[in-house]
Design a protein around this ligand. Structure first.
Ligand SMILES: [Zn+2]
Length: 249
C-alpha cells in the first residue's frame, strides 16, 4: 500500500466513524417515530390521531431517504481508497465519492417505499388493527426481509453458543459481518491456525484488527431483543393481540 493510499484509508476511517454515528442516530429516531405512530394508532380513532400517523409516515419516508443516502455514503467512503488512482492532476474526491454513492444506490433494490425500515414502520401501524392480515399492496407472497434480519447474520455467538442479544461485549467482523463475543473470538484467533470463521460455510479467515462494535451493532441487537417476545409472556402476547382485534369490531 503506498503512503498516499494509507493516508487516504486513515482519513476515510475517521470520516466513516462520523457518518456511522449519524446513521445510528437516525436509526434511533426512526425507532422513536415508529413507537409514537404505534401509540397514536392504538389510542386514537379521531381524525387528529389519524393525521398524526399520516404525518409521521411522511416524515419517516423522508428520514429513510436520508438514512439510505448516509449508508450509501459509508460504503462509498470505504470504497474510495480502493478506486483512487494516483495521478499528476489533483483528484476531485467529491466527484469520486458521488460516483460511488450513485453506484451503490443503483445496485440497491430496496429504496423509498420498499426500504425495509419504511416497511417496518407501516407494518407496525397496520398491525395495531389488522394483525395477521397482509398489508394492502402486499397480498402477493413477497418475502421481504426486515432490516434487522438483513444485518444480524447470526443470532448466537458460534464460539460460546450465547444468544447475540445476551453478549456482554459484542463485536462484528468487518469482512463477513458475523457477530461474536469479543474475548472468546480474540482467544480463538490467537490459538487456532488458521483461524477460519467458525460459522458453517463462511470462507473468511479471521484477523484480530477486523472486529469492531460499530454504532449500529448495539442498536440492531436492541431491535432484535425488542422484536422477540419474552419467553414467559409469550402466550399473554397472543391474548393481547386478540383483545385489540375485538376492540376494532
Ligand atoms: Zn464469518
Amino acid at each position: 500500500m503506498s503512503s498516499v493510499t494509507t493516508k487516504l484509508s486513515n482519513t476515510a476511517a475517521i470520516a466513516l466513524s462520523e457518518v456511522q454515528a449519524l446513521v445510528a442516530d437516525m436509526r434511533k429516531a426512526l425507532g422513536s417515530m415508529k413507537s409514537l405512530a404505534f401509540e397514536y394508532e392504538r389510542d386514537g380513532k379521531s381524525d387528529k390521531a389519524h393525521t398524526s400517523v399520516h404525518n409521521l409516515e411522511e416524515m419517516v419516508l423522508e428520514m429513510v431517504a436520508s438514512y439510505e443516502h448516509c449508508t450509501a455514503l459509508t460504503q462509498a467512503i470505504k470504497a474510495v481508497p480502493e478506486v483512487y488512482q494516483p495521478s499528476d492532476q489533483p483528484t476531485d474526491f467529491k466527484t469520486l465519492i458521488e460516483a460511488e454513492v450513485n453506484k451503490i444506490k443503483e445496485a440497491s433494490s430496496a429504496s423509498g417505499q420498499n426500504h425495509p425500515l419504511f416497511r417496518q414502520f407501516r407494518e407496525s401501524v397496520w398491525n395495531v388493527h389488522h394483525a395477521g392480515q397482509p398489508m394492502p399492496g402486499e397480498e402477493q407472497e413477497d418475502i421481504v426481509m426486515t432490516s434487522t434480519q438483513m444485518s444480524i447474520l447470526n443470532v448466537t455467538c458460534p464460539l460460546t453458543g450465547k444468544p447475540v442479544i445476551e453478549l456482554v461485549d459484542p463485536v462484528r467482523c468487518v469482512d463477513c459481518r458475523h457477530i461474536y463475543e469479543k474475548g472468546p473470538v480474540m482467544h480463538y484467533i490467537r490459538s487456532k491456525k488458521p483461524p477460519q470463521c467458525p460459522i458453517a460455510g463462511c470462507p473468511r479467515v479471521l484477523q484480530i484488527g477486523k472486529f469492531i462494535c460499530d454504532p449500529l451493532l448495539r442498536i440492531e441487537i436492541d431491535e432484535l431483543r425488542s422484536s422477540e417476545p419474552a419467553v414467559p409472556n409469550a402466550t399473554n402476547i397472543e391474548d393481547f393481540t386478540d383483545l385489540l382485534d375485538e376492540d376494532d369490531e
